[in-house]
Design a protein around this ligand. Sequence first.
Ligand code: ZN
Length: 343
Amino acid sequence: MKNLLISAAILLFSGISAQALTVNPYSGVQWKTQHKANFHTHTNNSDGGFNAEYVVDTYKAHHYSILVITDHNLVTYPWTKFSALNPKWKDRNDQKMDILTFPGNEFSRGVHDRNMFFAQIPGDGADIDLAFKTMQDSLSLGIFNHPGRYWKIDKTYTPGEKYSPEWYVDYFKKYNSVVGVEVYNTPYDRYPNDRLLWDEILTRSMPATPVWAYSNDDMHGEKELMGNYNMMLMKNLSVADLKKAMIAGNFYISNEPGKSGKALAPKITGISVHPAQKKIKVSAKNYSSIEWISGIEGNGADRKSRVIATGPEFDFNNFKGNYVRFQIKNDQGVTLSQPFGFQ
Ligand SMILES: [Zn+2]
């Protein structure tokens, strides 16, 4: 009897304290038109290997509808004046090409850890706070690039130390202009710990401060062309709609090492949340497995992202974490969702 009462009390308690899903980046999005985007590309205006018109023509030919050139410390924009930026280049008309573009810059001095979008802000952005403030004043948005290049899994950080998870979280809290982090850089995944650091960040930031993930080519040459992409779920191909999608996390991301240019990694066709059943349901094409991830397991250099469930439905009736995200695989690559937040 006593045990029964205790069980009933536990049940009641867990019922009362059950988590509510409070952050759903896919609420109300449209799935029909998915805009393939790359937010990190170089030309030979900085250290890339290709002329600007070759870069934009190649992405356009492979059905990218959003592309931004992010040369180091330079704003390679507008496309209609490529020849004025470099006499060896030919101009391109992005409107006629029906591709959405805007100014971009990869802030680089020693480290090149951030991309700036939507504003004419050249320079190295070395003073991080000043750069983020300038971006905020210019209605720019930005992301941290390949953070796994700087954060070391085998180093013990004091919270808040440069490149510690808390250091990133502070910037996301402080500046609305910082909206995400690259978790796949290059089709060959140059910094695999990017995802582990993302989970360390989400463990500390969710649900109050969602941090959205990006998968970018960081294209310098043939090796990096078209293996990573972001599928933006927005109505109109406009800067205004793109900014909204980037702020709200209305997109998913893919890594395809074979870089076919045909987007062969699993395609998500719908995500629905069922509050009464406490389930998230995923519809996707061409996949072999779905894993749900929340938090970290292990210690020190043995840490891994923690897989807590598998399959197309996530039942959060007994879920106690502050976020969950999923990854879908096939033999061509992997597709990642943005995090869902719980309170
Ligand atoms: Zn770069």
